[in-house]
Design a protein around this ligand. Sequence first.
Ligand SMILES: Cc1ncc(COP(=O)(O)O)c(C=O)c1O
Ligand SMILES: N[C@@H](CCCC[NH3+])C(=O)O
Length: 480
Amino acid sequence: MTTPNPLAPSWLEVPSDANALDAAVWSANTTRDATGALLIGGVPVADLENTYGTPLYVVDEADFRARATEARASFSREFERIGSHAKVYYAGKAFLSTAVAAWVDEAGLNVDVCTEGELAVALAGGVPADRIGFHGNNKSLAEIDQAVSIGLGAIVIDSLVEIERVAEAARRHGAVQNVRLRVTTGVHASTHEYLATAREDQKFGIPLVEAAAAVARIRARPELRFLGLHSHIGSQIFGTAGFEEAARRMLELHASLLETGPVPELNLGGGFGVAYTSVDAAASLAELARGIADVVASECARLGIPVPVLAVEPGRVIAAPAGSTLYTVGTIKDVAVTVDEAAADPSGDARVAVRKYVSVDGGMSDNARTALYRADYSVRLANRASDAEAALVRIAGKHCESGDLVVLADYLPGDVEPGDLLAVPVTGAYCWSLSSNYNHVGRPPVVAVRDGHARLLVRGETISDLLARDAGIGAEATRA
Ligand SMILES: Cc1ncc(COP(=O)(O)O)c(C=O)c1O
Ligand SMILES: N[C@@H](CCCC[NH3+])C(=O)O
């Protein structure tokens, strides 16, 4: 048994088996074959590497679809139990391609988009316009015009000026547009500061105290139909307490608005957290749906109002656990690090521990979350299993930036070597969608694996693609 490395974070335990695949973080159809190599959706990772190269985003299609179906079923079951009806929107920002849009459509979900790009993909994937919602704190006039012209299911108004903008577009098109109003409840969701969206001092929505006046302005426009309020408290939130508190605050306002007109729906947004490592304890969709339903039912009873139709917008909880990323190891360095407490030892007897820096062929360009939020991930050897003693590793990328890290800390078999394949789980949300071309590295492809077959969902970018976008007219002309 390996002794714990003093450089490891306190939550990270030395694994009894550094090859084990914890079901809490690996997609449902990830296994090891008889040789110890990973199979994802029944496809050997060596085949994926040979066909598509690395880095590679791999989506376990059956797992993704099952999570989409479960989201719809859990919220429908619980909301119908309290006499409501669920409208479940998949938040496309987590990860959207035309195939993914078709999967969620087939699972009976609506789709939530926040740009004309996401809208184009959802429509190209065959999602009917009336099942799409449009968000965003700064929708362009063109985006609003397009949304109204194609009869989008709902536009979420995010600021006062948008009331006029959407109404004007509807007037031009002779339409009546369904709208929601995004309200900031002041709930301080326990998540990374950059992922909290209902605190006072941020850009989304309008404050609770200004909402009634805004709704009056919406209702005064015959081109708009007020569907109800919208709240989204943030993302990667564990537990149900934040959502329940937001529901309470929203229902108070909802009830007061019912005194002056209809309010058929309430949208409580997304933000449901997932386990990124074995120590994260994420609530199940069933628990979340039950907790929200119970609070809504009791608040509506207390306020003496009918239970509205309830909308939710899960993204990460559907997409993240179904995805993983494959990398190839390039270089490895055993870096001797002075352990902090020992360094402060007056005897001067500083202790040194080794952190193994394992560098892979991707990095912050395919997974920005570690650099952006110091997000934790885990990692496993993918091309083989090994009995070697576990070593503390840090998985670094290939970018010219010391913060270019994919996995801050985990244990891998200590014989990890250049050429090995590594797999990082739970990368199905906000990895491809946040990817970049930093250092002129092309975005990796995305493949779906299912029943032993792989199919390309999104083509990777080659250096030729990047060069083709360069508007310079070639070295000769530039230098002339
Ligand atoms: C308005 C809105 N709805 C839904 C989501 C989806 O959130 P998540 O992927 O955390 O479920 C987001 C992202 O935080 C959002 O901004
Ligand atoms: N990009 C964030 C989530 C943002 C959610 C959208 N409002 C993440 O990777 O966790």
